[in-house]
Design a protein around this ligand. Structure first.
Ligand SMILES: Cc1cc2nc3c(=O)[nH]c(=O)nc-3n(C[C@H](O)[C@H](O)[C@H](O)COP(=O)(O)OP(=O)(O)OC[C@H]3O[C@@H](n4cnc5c(N)ncnc54)[C@H](O)[C@@H]3O)c2cc1C
Length: 451
């Protein structure tokens, strides 16, 4: 059963200026984007006394960071992300104590189920990576899996399992970190789109927002799905495509599992409110736009790998993007003010499939209603690994984007690493492999993980 009225609960952000009447005139660092990457960076910076201003065009966690599955996992990741993710898990562990707010973090484990011995064998390929990084990932037999996940009618052969992985509540975590950043001295502005930057002598001298200028020498663009457009207006090519993910949540129900379970047909995790967050395990929709053609060559390896799960759809988005200006005057409203919150509609077809798969795999949940559904626009880089870099051609300008469907778990660790990059201090996290130039210097574009 799916309730007919599918609404999106707003994130629990409060306490920010709704539409700032006055903004700081100067900052050490200005961050564009109030997703988990931007707010975590602001939190790390503000705690060291850096005068930080974060500008968010809509509301905190309004886009990807408030719409995701809530999985906080190291399992299955590309090796380039693992040190950052391990640090992130350490931060998640103590986050609630440090900021004094509930973010819903629990270590309930992560299970990639296998429907056959062959698929179990394929999953086992990640065990070498796990061993290399000292992660206690192991294979579970069907019987062992049954001790963690009950009520399933699926004939699983076993699972890849990492007990130390966890989950958190997206609608709580990012706003809570933003409030912590504000308490540490950061200025967090919502309804404040950044239109562009000003330079002087070839260096950044200010950001230009819809509410005026903020003088600064250092800018971080953590603009999620808008990064490519923003950077394009500065003459920078940041290859990025969008895919729509549809998600739903059930009413509170029996506790059949305590972690995150992935089956090709269903991704499911226990929620703090006693329900489950659920999604289709293998449908991602790419809404074809002019950017699909512009970046096509760089995404060929991704398309080849994700071929089975990507559905191409053609609709209004093509025309919308076609009509979006690629550059604009900083004195006039920009495309970022036109779309305050990117709020794609959940796909009815996918919701139907999620409902059917939930009932088939977990018959005890067949009568549990789906009480809310939503969609989020995932932004992906060509190798589905983030881009975190300083841009040499615009001294002072930095980019953190391309978290490719798994940046929520990474967010706090990314914030620590990015704060180090912005201040020239060693965060202890190596981000050299995440440089933007890897897509332009002839390096092979290789996928080690999926979106
Ligand atoms: C359906 C779905 C499921 C996912 N599941 C998981 C999961 O289980 N685990 C996981 O780890 N990750 C998951 N992810 C991915 C994760 O949500 C993202 O990688 C992460 O939230 C990215 O954070 P961000 O801060 O980079 O971007 P965002 O959260 O998108 O934030 C960027 C912000 O920048 C703002 N902005 C853009 N342009 C401007 C401008 N010019 N001026 C001011 N503000 C601007 C936007 O309004 C937006 O709020 C999922 C994502 C989706 C959509």
């Amino acid at each position: 059963m799916i309730s007919s009225d599918v609404t999106r609960v707003a994130s629990t952000w409060s306490g920010a200026l709704e539409s700032p009447s006055a903004i700081p005139s100067v900052a050490d660092v200005v961050i564009i984007g109030g997703g988990i990457v931007g707010v975590s960076t602001a939190w790390f910076l503000a705690r060291t006394g850096i005068r930080t201003v974060l500008c968010e065009k809509g509301h905190i966690a309004g886009e990807q960071s408030g719409r995701n599955w809530g999985w906080v996992r190291v399992q299955g990741r590309d090796a380039r992300e693992i040190p950052m993710m391990q640090e992130s898990l350490r931060i998640w562990d103590t986050l609630e104590n440090e900021i004094g707010e509930d973010v819903g973090f629990r270590r309930g484990g992560c299970f990639f189920t296998a429907s056959s011995e062959k698929q179990l064998e394929e999953h086992s390929a990640w065990l070498d990576t796990a061993e290399h990084y000292g992660i206690g990932t192991r294979l579970l037999t069907a019987e062992e899996l049954g001790q963690h996940v009950s009520g399933s009618a699926a004939k699983w052969a076993g699972a890849l399992y990492t007990a130390t992985d966890g989950r958190a509540e997206p609608h709580k975590a990012t706003p809570a970190i933003a409030r912590a950043a504000a308490r540490s001295g950061a200025t967090v502005l919502t309804s404040c789109a950044v239109r562009g930057i000003a330079t002087s002598g070839g260096r950044i001298s200010a950001v230009v927002t819809e509410h005026g200028r903020i003088e600064t020498a250092v800018v971080l663009c953590a603009a999620g799905a808008w990064t490519s457009l923003f950077c394009g207006s500065l003459g920078l090519n940041v290859p990025q495509l969008r895919v729509r993910g549809t998600v739903a949540r059930t009413a509170p129900a029996d506790g059949l599992l305590n972690g995150n379970v992935f089956d090709d047909r269903l991704g499911i995790r226990r929620r703090e409110d006693g329900g489950y967050s659920i999604a289709h395990g293998s449908i991602l929709e790419h809404l074809v736009t002019p950017a699909s053609f512009r970046h096509f060559v760089k995404f060929i390896p991704t398309l080849r790998e994700e071929f089975r799960i990507l559905r191409l759809s053609f609709g209004r988005e093509f025309i919308d993007e076609w009509q979006t200006p690629k550059s604009w005057s900083l004195d006039e409203p920009s495309p970022f003010e036109k779309t305050r919150v990117l709020d794609p509609k959940p796909s009815k077809r996918v919701l139907k499939a999620i409902r059917g798969n939930l009932d088939t795999i977990f018959p005890p949940l067949a009568n549990t209603p789906i009480v809310e559904s939503w969609a989020g626009m995932i932004e992906s880089s060509p190798d589905v690994v983030p881009i975190i870099d300083q841009i040499d051609t615009i001294p002072g300008f930095h980019v953190a984007t391309g978290f490719s469907g798994h940046g929520f778990g990474l967010g706090p660790g990314a914030g620590k690493a990015i704060a180090g990059m912005l201040t020239g201090k060693d965060s202890g996290i190596d981000i050299s492999a995440l440089r933007l130039s890897r897509f332009f210097d002839g390096s092979p574009i290789r996928l080690q993980a999926s979106i």
